[in-house]
Write a protein that binds this ligand. Structure first.
Ligand SMILES: O=C(O)CCC(=O)C(=O)O
Length: 265
């Protein structure tokens, strides 16, 4: 296991500085923003007193891996409300939309899954095409918050529900032709903390050509992980089984789906 953590910054207030505009040469972000002037004089203890409002960014870097992690993107209470909204309102796919096709076999997915998004969008992965159900108001609110704070736009969300640690998702890349490859994927986690593991494509299985350490991130309740380009081209990711964990976890990945066939060429 290895995590390359190049910076850890604390931001005050609900506003997470714009990820696109605030990035600068050193690769560190944020305190160059206007928040710097406003809060530079605060002492560390003042910052800690405001714990409920703090948003911390951790930057994960490895070869062609570029992720930003915000552990309190939503406060505990907000995330709890959001989790309740999910449990009360989401209707997960069943039947042919709750499978993957692998090596000619049809396998039920070890979790529940549903997608919402702009009208007419579909997303094909693991040889299954899932249609976007219409946005629900609470999902639009989440989308707006992520868009406002990252300055990226998203038109689709794939939601996975893991009933406990026995549910999981296997190693894969989100590199399908339906996705805009330059666009980040924003991954919001609710409920049980679970480990998310990145493995470089050259470092997998029998065809391994290089030894590259995996990158593991514990995704906490209310956190947001931004998977930025070109991470998904080079790194597979998974949420391994962890039988000892008993809590429900819900994950939303906000994506940008290409609408026109010609956009995908
Ligand atoms: O549940 C997660 O954190 C990961 C979900 C995932 O890998 C995906 O939606 O592609």
């Amino acid at each position: 296991m290895a995590v390359l953590l190049t910076t850890s910054q604390t931001f005050i207030g609900r506003h997470v500085p714009d990820l696109k505009r605030k990035r600068h040469r050193s690769g560190e972000d944020g305190l160059e923003s206007k928040n710097k002037g406003k809060f530079a004089k605060m002492t560390q203890s003042t910052l800690m007193d405001r714990r409920s409002l703090e948003v911390r960014r951790r930057v994960f870097r490895a070869e062609n891996l570029h992720c930003d992690y915000f552990n309190h993107f939503y406060s505990r209470e907000e995330a709890k409300t959001l989790m309740r909204d999910c449990e009360e309102s989401l209707e997960y796919f069943t039947g042919d939309l709750a499978i993957v096709k692998l090596y000619g076999k049809t396998i039920p997915i070890p979790r529940k899954q549903v997608a919402h998004g702009d009208e007419g969008l579909t997303y094909t992965f693991s040889r299954v095409t899932v249609p976007a159900k219409p946005w629900l108001p609470f999902l639009e609110t989440v989308r707006k918050r992520i868009e406002d704070q990252t300055s990226f736009k998203f038109n689709f969300v794939l939601i996975n529900r893991y009933k406990d640690g026995k549910d999981c998702i296997g190693e894969h890349r989100d590199d399908e032709k339906d996705l805009d490859p330059q666009h980040p994927i924003a991954s919001l986690s609710l409920g049980q903390t679970r480990d998310f593991v990145f493995r470089h494509k050259d470092s997998r299985g029998k065809k391994k050509t290089r030894e590259i350490e995996t990158v593991k991130i514990a995704l906490e309740h209310g956190s947001l992980l931004m998977m930025n380009h070109p991470t998904n081209q080079y790194w597979y990711h998974s949420l391994p089984r962890k039988a000892t964990q008993s809590g429900v976890r819900i994950n939303m990945t906000f994506r940008k789906i290409l609408r026109q066939a010609e956009d995908k060429n």
